[in-house]
Design a protein around this ligand. Structure first.
Ligand code: NAP
Ligand code: HSE
Length: 437
């Protein structure tokens, strides 16, 4: 009789939203996971900050380990799942010691991968162990697997999408209810979508972490998180959303990466910003905490990945999928190609980028203000497609919103620069680019 297959022994570092979700999933689907993985996946060790906290799951079957940094060095652990968060600190120390101990690492930590992914992948390659992070990008959507495996035969020309569930939830509720931004943020936090520091969500940082990881996988380039041109959703007003609606658009925080060819060859363009998305674009129908990623392959055409981008169940689903791969013995290069072969693409200049933009001005209501704005636009070479002036808001300011014709984005930014410091403006203009085809 042959020996029964050895279980994959898993240590869980972090027992918050995702950690508790992983326990629930591994327990609920143990039999089908074992069949698919070829052997059981067994949680042996768990740890978090507070041993006495009620997490809604029974921890009595597992050994408690206070020090997550040494989890990977234990004899009863084959793989550590890091679900603590934070780009550095204990999460990074845990990741490094785990891989150095010759154990596999699974993480949902996009901040750590965006900042240290190349170092960790290099260590994992050297140690011949798996490093996996499906849950780090777009929660439950298997987009990393989709790009690394399903679309592996394609040159990816562009990857873009809705990468932050918290922002998408906030924008959707603002859209549906007309409520203002601050009012809705607390709800997203209560639902467990938001990061420990919600500024990472609403300032666009979380989406930029994810975009930089996706770009590396899609294009075989080094991760360049610092090169993501990032703006969040904090400046959006309910009036912008209403205005966009009247023009035939919704507003979504979009992360976008492309590799335009510059004067000296291929470059890397990465941006996370609110965009106006036309009603007939598939991303316009992505609501609530849902994420969606579009990847354009040169043979596959447009691929759309969509699903829950946050929350305990969907994120646990991605974590456990990584564990199943590891149980099957899969240790492919974390970024599709070995770290030494990833290209260091120079950052793209946005000077020649073309497009249409929505520009919103909050102005004092007095004669000549509109003339001043349109003169700046004329001097910068911006052509206006439509313009709307709305009545006074509570603070006495008037909203002037316009959509430009197709033209260089740099011209719109030049017009904004010409108006800087103008006494007619009650706050700096807000520029939102319109998502093209
Ligand atoms: P969370 O609910 O805040 O849980 C974090 C866990 O880490 C808690 O159990 C906490 O312990 C533990 N912890 C914090 N500092 C620690 C330390 N110094 N030593 C040991 N344990 C420590 O976070 P989460 O939402 O589960 O997110 C975990 C990771 O998944 C993050 O990287 C996040 O970005 C990522 N992620 C989350 C989601 C989501 O929907 N929430 C989706 C995708 C990816 P205590 O419980 O004892 O305080
Ligand atoms: N805070 C993140 C979001 C969690 O809102 O999308 C998933 O990464």
């Amino acid at each position: 009789m042959s020996e029964p297959p050895k279980p994959l022994r898993v240590a869980l570092a972090g027992l918050g939203t995702v950690g508790a979700g992983v326990i629930r999933l591994v327990e609920a689907n143990a039999a089908l996971i074992a069949r698919r993985a070829g052997r059981p996946i067994r949680i042996t060790v768990v740890g978090a900050r507070d041993r006495n906290k009620d997490r809604g799951v029974d921890l009595s079957p597992y050994t408690w380990e206070d020090d997550m940094v040494i989890m990977g060095e234990r004899d009863d652990v084959d793989v550590v799942v890091e679900l603590v968060g934070g780009s550095d600190g204990p999460a990074l120390a845990c990741a490094r010691t785990t891989i150095e101990a010759g154990k596999a690492l699974v993480t949902a930590n996009k901040a750590m991968i965006a900042h240290h992914g190349l170092e960790l992948a290099g260590k994992a390659e050297a140690a011949k162990v798996a490093l996996k992070f499906e849950a780090a990008v777009a929660g439950g959507i298997p987009v990393i697997k989709g790009l690394r495996e399903g679309a592996a035969a394609n040159a990816i020309e562009r990857v873009y999408g809705i990468l932050n569930g918290t922002c998408n939830y906030i924008l959707t509720v603002m859209e549906d209810t007309g409520r203002d931004f601050a009012d809705v943020l607390a709800e997203a936090q209560a639902k467990g979508y938001a990061e420990a520091d919600p500024a990472f969500d609403i300032e666009g940082t979380d989406a930029a972490h994810k975009l930089s990881i996706l770009a590396a996988i899609a294009f075989g380039s080094n991760i360049d998180f610092a090169g993501v041109d990032t703006a969040g959703i904090t400046r959006l007003r309910a009036a912008d959303i209403a205005q966009a609606d009247a023009l035939g658009y919704v507003i979504r925080l979009i992360g976008m990466a492309e590799t335009p060819v510059g004067e000296t060859g291929q470059t890397l363009f990465q941006r996370v910003q609110p965009h106006l998305v036309p009603f007939d674009h598939p991303l316009a129908h992505v609501d609530g905490a849902t994420n969606a990623v579009v990847a354009e392959g040169n043979f596959s055409g447009r691929l759309l990945f969509q699903g829950a981008g946050a929350g305990d169940g969907p994120t646990a689903s991605a974590v456990v999928a990584d564990l199943i791969d590891i149980a099957r013995g899969e240790i492919a290069a974390p970024f599709s190609v070995p770290v030494g072969e990833l290209e260091a693409l120079p950052r793209a200049s946005s000077a020649n980028r073309m497009g249409r933009s929505y520009v919103r001005f909050m102005v004092t209501d007095r004669p000549g203000v509109l003339a001043e704005i349109t003169a700046a636009l004329r001097d910068a070479g911006v052509s206006i497609e439509s313009l709307i002036q709305k009545g006074r808001s509570a603070d006495g300011a008037v909203m002037v919103a316009m959509v430009t014709h197709e033209g260089p984005e740099s011209a719109v930014h030049e017009a904004v620069r010409l108006l800087a410091g103008s006494a007619s403006l009650t706050e700096p203009p807000l520029v939102i680019h319109i998502l093209g085809e």
